[in-house]
Design a protein. Structure first.
Length: 68
Protein backbone atom coordinates (compact mmCIF):
# COMPACT_ATOMS: atom_id res chain seq x y z
CA UNK A 1 0.00 0.00 0.00
CA UNK A 2 1.54 3.28 -1.07
CA UNK A 3 1.52 6.50 0.90
CA UNK A 4 -1.18 7.97 -1.33
CA UNK A 5 -3.44 5.00 -0.71
CA UNK A 6 -2.88 5.24 3.03
CA UNK A 7 -3.83 8.91 2.96
CA UNK A 8 -6.94 8.18 0.91
CA UNK A 9 -7.91 5.39 3.29
CA UNK A 10 -7.40 7.66 6.30
CA UNK A 11 -9.43 10.43 4.67
CA UNK A 12 -12.20 7.99 3.84
CA UNK A 13 -12.29 6.68 7.40
CA UNK A 14 -12.38 10.24 8.76
CA UNK A 15 -15.27 11.27 6.50
CA UNK A 16 -17.10 8.05 7.35
CA UNK A 17 -16.74 8.75 11.08
CA UNK A 18 -17.89 12.34 10.58
CA UNK A 19 -20.95 11.19 8.66
CA UNK A 20 -21.86 8.62 11.29
CA UNK A 21 -21.50 11.25 13.99
CA UNK A 22 -23.80 13.59 12.09
CA UNK A 23 -26.37 10.83 11.67
CA UNK A 24 -26.30 10.15 15.41
CA UNK A 25 -26.65 13.86 16.12
CA UNK A 26 -29.65 14.19 13.83
CA UNK A 27 -31.31 11.08 15.26
CA UNK A 28 -30.73 11.91 18.91
CA UNK A 29 -30.81 15.70 19.13
CA UNK A 30 -32.93 17.41 16.49
CA UNK A 31 -35.03 15.40 14.10
CA UNK A 32 -36.14 18.40 12.03
CA UNK A 33 -32.73 18.97 10.41
CA UNK A 34 -33.38 17.42 6.99
CA UNK A 35 -30.49 19.28 5.33
CA UNK A 36 -28.05 18.06 7.95
CA UNK A 37 -29.34 14.50 7.55
CA UNK A 38 -28.78 14.68 3.79
CA UNK A 39 -25.26 15.98 4.38
CA UNK A 40 -24.59 13.15 6.81
CA UNK A 41 -25.74 10.47 4.37
CA UNK A 42 -23.62 12.05 1.63
CA UNK A 43 -20.58 12.09 3.93
CA UNK A 44 -21.04 8.42 4.82
CA UNK A 45 -21.37 7.48 1.15
CA UNK A 46 -18.30 9.50 0.16
CA UNK A 47 -16.30 8.04 3.03
CA UNK A 48 -17.19 4.48 2.09
CA UNK A 49 -16.39 5.04 -1.58
CA UNK A 50 -13.04 6.66 -0.80
CA UNK A 51 -12.08 4.00 1.72
CA UNK A 52 -13.02 1.12 -0.58
CA UNK A 53 -11.23 2.68 -3.55
CA UNK A 54 -8.06 3.14 -1.53
CA UNK A 55 -8.11 -0.38 -0.14
CA UNK A 56 -8.88 -2.17 -3.41
CA UNK A 57 -6.51 -0.29 -5.72
CA UNK A 58 -4.00 -2.68 -7.27
CA UNK A 59 -0.35 -2.24 -6.27
CA UNK A 60 2.06 -0.46 -8.59
CA UNK A 61 4.56 -2.91 -10.11
CA UNK A 62 7.47 -0.66 -10.94
CA UNK A 63 8.63 2.88 -11.38
CA UNK A 64 7.65 3.18 -15.05
CA UNK A 65 4.84 0.64 -15.04
CA UNK A 66 1.82 1.30 -17.21
CA UNK A 67 -1.54 -0.36 -17.14
CA UNK A 68 -2.20 -2.63 -20.09
Amino acid sequence: MTTGNKRRAAAGALVLALGLGLILYVCLADRRQLGLAILAVTAVTAGLLTLCAALTEPPVRGKGAQNG
